[in-house]
Ligand binder design. Sequence first.
Ligand SMILES: C[S@@+](CC[C@H](N)C(=O)[O-])C[C@H]1O[C@@H](n2cnc3c(N)ncnc32)[C@H](O)[C@@H]1O
Length: 279
Amino acid sequence: MTDINEIGATAFVIAAIRAGEPEKPQPLFNDPYAQWFSNDRARAVARQLDEAFPPSTSMVRFRTRYFNRFVERGIAAGARQVVLLGGGFDMRAHVFADTGARFFEVDQKAVVEFKRVTLARNGMEQPSSLSANYLDADVPNGLADLGLDLTAPTLMVWEGNTMYLPPESIMPFLNRLAGAMTSFRIAFDYFAADLQRREFENEEDRRRLEDVERAMGAEFPTGFADLKVFEEQAPYRVAEEGSFDNLAEEFGLGPMVASYPEDWRETLKLYRYCVLERR
Ligand SMILES: C[S@@+](CC[C@H](N)C(=O)[O-])C[C@H]1O[C@@H](n2cnc3c(N)ncnc32)[C@H](O)[C@@H]1O
C-alpha cells in the first residue's frame, strides 16, 4: 500500500495537469491558481502519464469539469457548504468564492500547510481546513469544530482519492460520515474493477492501469466493480453514475474521444464517477 505522504505528492501532478488547461484548444475549466502548485517533477510525471496511456491526463481534465458541475448544481439546488475531502490543491473555494457557499478542506497536514503557505505568499487565505488522515480522524466533528453545520445540506467532493485507499477502510469511513451528517451528497471518481483481486476483463486494461500506477508512483488498491456495495453496506443511494469518456459530447470534446482507438475507449469505460446521497 502506498504511504499517505507519497499519495500527497500526487496532488502536485494533478495541479500540473490543470495548469496546462489554458493552452488547450478547448479549455474545460478555469483554474488560474493551479500553476502555483505545479513544478518540474510534477510536469514530468504528467508527461509520463501521457506516454503510459494518452487519454489519462484528458480524463483528469474531464473529471475537473465534472466535479465543478457537481458543485455548481449542488449550490444552485441550495447547498451552502462544500467539503473537499482529500482536497490536495483544489482551489474551488476561491474559484467559487462569489457563490456564497462556505468551503472546508480536509487533507494531511503537509499538504494543507504547503497550500496555506503558498496562498499566503499570494495574499490569499486557506479555507477552514482539517489537517488529518481522514481515515483515522473524527471528520464530522473535526469539521463541526471549524463551523460545519452537520444538519445542513452539504456537498462533499472526494476527487482522485478512492483508488489510493485501503479497500477495507472505505465502508467504515462512509458509515461514520453517514452516522454523523444528515443531509449530504458525496461525489467521487473510481475504477470499475475489482482491484483488490486485480480482476480485469482483458489484459490490456490491467497493463494500462499498472502503467498509470507506475507513472504516478502510487498503487491503486481499491476499485468498485459494482456500486451496490454502497447501498448494501452503507446507508446510501446511488444518485448519479457514469464513465468520464461519455461526457465528451457534452464537454464539446466528442470528436477527440471519437478519434481514440476502440481499445482505448474500452479501457476508459473503467474510469467512472458516482454521486452517493445519504438515504
Ligand atoms: C490525487 S490527489 C487529489 C487532490 C484533489 N482532490 C484533486 O483532485 O486535485 C489525492 C489527495 O488526497 C489526499 N489524501 C489521500 N488519502 C488521504 C487520507 N487518508 N487522509 C487525508 N488526505 C488524504 C492526499 O494527501 C492528496 O492530497
